[in-house]
Design a protein around this ligand. Structure first.
Ligand code: SAM
Length: 286
């Protein structure tokens, strides 16, 4: 199946016999970097669309769902998140959400590909509006190596905002990487992994939990939320806590948050933690 046919750009998911399409007006950007192919399209109804190696990364219209759920649940679960590391996340949307938390003193974004951030600055400037915040640090390096070389206990929250587990992101879904994250996290430390679709990728989700537990995390839990432009339209983030349960978060702080959100709220946080029976069953014997 062609990715671009007439005015329609499509991402087929052969394994599940499905596809997602967006009507586009024009291609704004096309670049082969040392790591991947980056494209940006102007769509008819979803604003700009970023594609990496033929897979949807984000659109202007619905990225708030993903970016808010990758950041706020973890930051309101940790008692005092001061040092945050984002692995991947080159579009800077997660970084922007993290920096909304005034307790955060330092937020590092480590993406392997500078091209993603340069394209985001040009085509998604709203996501990059906090890049000049003095607490923000943008690094362009391999996240696997970055975490391996991190000083023990140097971060409170690590957010893995990666591409799918193929190519340069494959190692970001493995037990050795989670072991390095565990060592790099301090007391009460939290790891967040974008963990694909509950409908399409339950085997991978189970593996993520097993690897996190084997790597030493005391608890792990998947939150789920809609994400219309990703395969199946339903997505997840898996949280792992170094030394305690995931359930329970700073609900009063979340309710009185001094910034606006479009999807996240304490009620949504609580709801996202509730697992439907098929997920409960799959995670029963980790
Ligand atoms: N939300 C998106 C999704 O789930 O499809 C991911 C968005 S973000 C643009 C993903 C980023 O991960 C890309 O910019 C890519 O360069 C980065 N990435 C992939 N492998 C990496 C690695 N080993 N170290 C650091 N960044 C990596």
């Amino acid at each position: 199946m062609n990715r671009l046919e007439g005015n329609w750009w499509s991402e087929p998911c052969e394994e599940h016999g499905s596809a997602f399409s967006l009507k586009v007006k024009s291609r704004l950007h096309e670049e082969q970097t040392a790591f991947q192919k980056i494209e940006v399209y102007e769509t008819e109804k979803f604003g700009n669309l970023m594609v990496i190696d033929g897979f949807v990364m984000l659109t202007s219209r619905d990225n708030f769902l993903y970016h808010e759920m990758m950041s706020h649940p973890a930051l309101y679960t940790h008692p005092a998140p001061k040092r945050v590391l984002i692995i991947g996340g080159g579009d800077c949307g997660t970084l922007r959400e993290v920096l909304r938390h005034s307790e955060v003193e330092r937020a590092l974004q480590v993406d392997i590909d500078e091209g993603v951030t340069r394209a985001a600055e040009k085509y998604f400037p709203e996501l990059c509006e906090s890049n000049d915040d003095p607490r923000a640090e943008l690094h362009f390096a391999d996240g696997i190596r970055w975490v391996k070389e991190a000083a023990p206990g140097s971060y409170d929250v690590i957010i893995v905002d990666s591409t799918d587990p193929i190519g340069p992101a494959e190692g970001l879904f493995g037990e050795p990487f989670y072991g390095d994250c565990h060592a790099a996290l301090g007391e009460h430390g939290l790891l967040v992994q974008q963990s694909e679709s509950p409908l399409y990728h339950m085997r991978l989700l189970g593996e993520i939990h097993r690897y996190m537990r084997k790597a030493g995390f005391a608890d792990s839990h998947t939150l789920h939320f809609p994400q219309p432009v990703y395969p199946s339209g339903w997505w997840s983030a898996t949280l792992a806590r170094k030394d305690g349960p995931i359930e329970g978060f700073r609900e009063a702080d979340a309710a009185n948050r001094p910034f606006a959100t479009r999807y996240y709220s304490p009620e949504v946080h609580q709801g996202a933690l509730a697992l439907p029976p098929f997920m409960k069953e799959a995670f029963a014997n980790l």
